[in-house]
Design a protein around this ligand. Structure first.
Ligand code: GDG
Length: 480
C-alpha cells in the first residue's frame, strides 16, 4: 500500500496569530479546494494508505512549533512544512515565480524581470522541497507536484530517487514557444529539463500540451510522438487534464439556509435591478481595467439601463507587495470612482466595489443571486470562478466568458468575448441582460451536465490512474 504525497508551494492553511492565540485559517484557491475535497471524500478508487501534503509555511519556524504544541495544526492528513529563509523566499516567490514566470507564461513579456539572483533563489527553494521529499519518501509512494513555483522540482527529485513515481500539473498556461523562448537559454533548458523529471505532466488545455511539446523539441531537441516525449532514455507523457470543480458542493451550498438568507437580503436590497457580478484575485491577467472600461461604455451606449442594474465588482487581495500589483490596484480604484462619479444619482451607484475576502457562503450567495457573471481575463490557465458560477446557478444566470481562458474550450454555451474588444463585451452584456429565461436555462443545463459528469474527483483519479499507466509503460520500456 502506498501513500499519496501532494506538493505545492503553500500548505493549504496559514496560521493566524491575532490576540496571542494561534488559530488555523484554510487558504482559498482552486488547488486547495480541489485536493481537500478529494482528501475528505469517501469514494476514492485509488486506495492510498496515507496522504501527506508538503508546502511552505508562511510564518517563522518557531510559530510552527508553537502551533503544533497548541494543537492548532489540522491532523486529517500528514503535513510536512518546508522552511525557507525570508530573503530567499522573497526572491523565489515575488521574484522569479511572480515577476518572471507568471507574466511570461500569461503573455505579458513587457512585465518580465530577468534577474539571475531570483533564478538562483528559485533553484534553492526547489532544492529544499526535493530534500524534504527525499527525507520522508518510502518506496511505493506516489508524488504529485503542483504548479509554476516548482518547475525544477521533478528533475531534482528524480536525481535523488531515480525510480520514484512522480506526476506534475501546471495550473497556468504553458505559452507558445515564441514567448517561452524569450527566457535566457540556460533557464529555459533547466525549466524544461526540470519538468521532464516527471513521469506524467498535466495541463488544462490541448494548446498548452502542444506548446510544451514544441518547446521541448525546439529548446532541448527532444523527440516526441503524439503526447509521448523521449528524453534522456526516459519516456514522459504530456496530457490534457482540465481541472474540474466539486460540482455537488456548489449545488448543495445554494440550498442551505445560510446562503439563501444572504441571497434574499441581496435581492431585497437590489429589488428591480439586474445584478452583474465578478470576482478575481487582484492581477493584471484578469483584465479588470478592460472590464471596467467596457462597463463604462455600456452605460454610455445604453443609458436606458441606468438605475436598473448594479455591478458587484469583487477583487480579492493578492501579491499586493509587488509594485506592478500596487499600481494596478490604484488604477482600478481610480476607474471605479470615475464611473461612480460620472453615472451615480442620489439613489443609485452603478458599481459596488469590494477589496477583501469573502466567506464561502457569501461567495455562493453572490453566484446564485447574480443575473450575469462577467468573467473576462486577458489570460487564465482555466478559471474556476466561471465553472463555480455555472454550478451554483439554479433558476437563472448568464455567463459572459473571455475566450482567452482555459475554461472557454469547455463552456461553449457561455457568451464568449474577446476582453480587449470593448464593443464585443458591451454587446454581450446587452444580450445577457435581455436573454429570455428559457435560453438561460438551456445554456446553463448544457454546461451543468458537463461539469457534473467530470467533477474534481474524476480529475484527480484520472490523473493518478494515468500516472500509474505512464510509470508502467516506462518500466516495460526499461525491460525491453
Ligand atoms: C489558478 C490559475 C486555474 C476566490 N475568491 C474567494 C474565493 N475564491 C476561490 C474561487 C476559486 C478560486 O478561489 C480562484 O480560482 P481561479 O481559477 O478563478 O483563479 P486563480 O486563483 O488565478 O487560480 C487558474 C486555477 O489555478 C486552478 O488550476 O483555474 O487559471 O490562475 O475556487 O472560488 N473563495 C472564497 N472567498 C473568496 O473571497 N471562499
Amino acid at each position: 500500500m502506498s501513500r499519496l504525497i501532494i506538493v505545492s508551494n503553500r500548505l493549504p492553511f496559514s496560521i493566524d496569530r491575532s490576540n496571542d492565540t494561534l488559530s488555523v485559517r484554510q487558504s482559498s484557491g482552486g488547488l486547495v479546494s480541489a485536493i481537500k475535497s478529494y482528501f475528505e471524500g469517501e469514494n476514492q478508487t485509488a486506495d492510498f494508505q496515507g496522504k501527506i501534503w508538503i508546502g511552505t509555511f508562511d510564518a517563522p519556524e518557531e510559530d510552527w512549533q508553537a502551533a503544533l504544541e497548541a494543537g492548532a495544526i489540522p491532523t486529517d492528513f500528514g503535513i510536512e512544512p518546508v522552511f525557507a529563509g525570508r530573503d530567499i523566499y522573497e526572491a523565489f516567490y515575488n521574484g522569479f515565480s511572480n515577476s518572471t514566470l507568471w507574466p511570461l507564461f500569461h503573455y505579458f513579456p513587457s512585465l518580465v524581470e530577468y534577474e539571475q539572483e531570483n533564478f538562483d533563489a528559485y533553484l534553492a527553494v526547489n532544492r529544499l522541497f526535493a530534500e524534504k521529499i527525499q527525507a520522508i519518501y518510502q518506496p511505493g509512494d506516489v508524488v504529485w507536484v503542483h504548479d509554476y513555483q516548482l518547475l525544477l522540482l521533478p528533475a531534482l527529485v528524480r536525481q535523488l530517487i531515480p525510480d520514484i513515481t512522480l506526476g506534475f500539473f501546471l495550473h497556468i498556461p504553458f505559452p507558445s514557444y515564441e514567448i517561452f523562448r524569450m527566457m535566457p537559454t540556460d533557464w529555459k533548458r533547466q525549466i524544461l529539463h526540470g519538468m521532464l523529471g516527471a513521469d506524467l505532466i498535466g495541463f488544462h488545455t490541448h494548446d498548452y500540451v502542444q506548446h510544451f511539446i514544441q518547446s521541448v523539441k525546439m529548446a532541448l531537441k527532444g523527440d516526441s510522438q503524439f503526447n509521448t516525449i523521449y528524453y534522456e532514455s526516459r519516456i514522459v507523457r504530456a496530457e490534457l487534464f482540465p481541472i474540474a470543480i466539486d460540482f455537488k458542493k456548489f449545488q448543495q451550498a445554494v440550498t442551505t439556509p445560510q446562503v439563501q438568507g444572504i441571497r434574499e437580503s441581496l435581492e431585497e436590497r437590489f429589488r428591480d435591478k439586474k445584478i452583474i457580478f465578478s470576482v478575481d484575485r487582484l492581477d493584471y491577467t484578469k483584465g479588470l481595467n478592460y472590464r471596467l472600461n467596457a462597463f463604462e461604455r455600456f452605460l454610455e451606449t445604453y443609458p436606458e439601463w441606468k438605475e436598473k442594474l448594479v455591478f458587484i465588482f469583487n477583487v480579492i487581495p493578492s501579491r499586493d507587495v509587488i509594485p506592478t500589483y500596487i499600481d494596478r490596484k490604484r488604477s482600478i480604484e481610480e476607474k471605479v470612482s470615475t464611473i461612480n462619479g460620472r453615472f451615480s444619482t442620489l439613489d443609485w451607484q452603478p458599481l459596488l466595489y469590494r477589496y477583501n475576502h469573502m466567506s464561502f457562503e457569501e461567495l455562493c450567495a453572490l453566484y446564485s443571486a447574480a443575473d450575469v457573471a462577467l468573467i473576462t481575463p486577458l489570460r487564465d490557465g482555466m478559471n474556476l470562478v466561471a465553472k463555480e458560477y455555472v454550478a451554483a446557478c439554479s433558476d437563472k444566470g448568464v455567463l459572459i466568458l473571455s475566450e482567452l481562458t482555459g475554461a472557454a474550450s469547455e463552456l461553449s454555451e457561455a457568451l464568449q468575448v474577446n476582453p480587449t474588444d470593448i464593443m464585443d463585451v458591451v454587446q454581450a452584456l446587452e444580450q445577457a441582460l435581455l436573454m429570455p429565461a428559457n435560453e438561460q436555462g438551456r445554456r446553463l443545463a448544457g454546461m451543468q451536465q458537463r461539469l457534473s459528469r467530470y467533477d474534481v474527483n474524476h480529475w484527480i483519479e484520472d490523473f493518478l490512474q494515468q500516472l500509474q499507466e505512464a510509470k508502467q509503460e516506462q518500466q516495460r520500456n526499461e525491460i525491453n
